[in-house]
Design a protein around this ligand. Sequence first.
Ligand code: SF4
Ligand code: ZN
Length: 424
Amino acid sequence: IKIKITEIDCPVSVSSAFEGERVRKDTMFAEFGGNRTPAWELVTSIDLADVEDHKITLIGPDIDDAMFEEGKTVRLPLGVLVEVAGKDMQADFETVLERRIHYFLNYVEGAMHVGQRNSSWIRLTKEAYGKGFRLKHIGEVLYAKMRDDFDKVVDKCQVTIYTNKEDVERLYAERAKPVYDKRDTRMAALTDDNVEEFYTCLLCQSFAPSHVCIVTPERLGLCGAVSWLDAKATKQLDPTGPNQPVVKGTAIDERLGIWDSVNEAVATNSQGAVESVTLYSILEDPMTSCGCFECICGIMPEANGVVIVNREHADITPVGMTFGELASMTGGGVQTPGFMGHGRQLLGSKKFMSAEGGLERIVWMPKALKDDVAERMNKAVKEMTGIDNFADMVCDETIAVDSEAVLEFLETKGHPALAMDPIM
Ligand code: SF4
Ligand code: ZN
């Protein structure tokens, strides 16, 4: 018997009306993740017998226990483990449910959620705290929404929230990371050429009405949270939902990545606002960006290459702008040739702006991002060009940020971009 959970045990409103709400520093009570504390979220399916439906557990201090100093923001590590079970549940559905955490928590009045996996970032307002919102309510909201929205596959759901640093780190290594890695390995075997269809993603139209992501095996959604497999699973779970197949057909231009079918899907779903996109170019009709891109890529003409900056990096980049400044010109569902929002995963993809020369064009990125993607990026560059340890040629903020100094570094390293055709 399926029960609809309409009543959510939560002292603040939970509605899509609060989706776009931002929580700024002055109204913030508590913060998790966002590079300040370790944080992750995981949806995993286990045996029916191992799940106690509606069990919400908090292990570690709550936000009021952690209030060390009156008026000072509470910062805690956070691990959100959602365990689900159901006779029709499949492992491929886990990521779809996991991505919805982002939406479900943004529905909470006074809560903001950004990111996913181990880059999740949550803020809660003083007002929500004042109304009695505590960490167990995160569990209540996720429980109710998972049961409601995915009643076809979720028969039971339990949520455990960890806030002790040791638990958060240990369970990341034991539970979360192995699952993330397994998903990535599965995805790595698929290429744009060996599938028959791509998928649209329209989930972000609530923020950016003309934005359409085209999700392909080698180019995941720019939020980093919707892979081709996720889109495919969503279509199975929700046949009229946000991910619809785009049967590829023959490419009009293989190099730029232009398909009639893709253009048609983008034009229809953007209500005519965008009529043509390329999948592999940053200069010619690049894909639009909503606002939740993990990274922004922008051309640095004097280096004949591109600079990448991730959301977590607050400082200026060699193109003279910060992530925030770049985001304000890249987002909103408009096409901005020369700038593009994208997921971290794309930095290991052979299709990354392949029309302009690909990964080899990357001349600068923050060190933390470089360390995170180096292994996959190096492997892809090696396979395409024979260059070993490419990451070592890419400048970062610990080496230089000033344009001239960046150029000097690239010359010392013999960076391949310097010898490539002019980028523009
Ligand atoms: Fe979907 Fe793109 Fe939004 Fe990610 S950024 S949820 S792929 S529309
Ligand atoms: Zn988005």
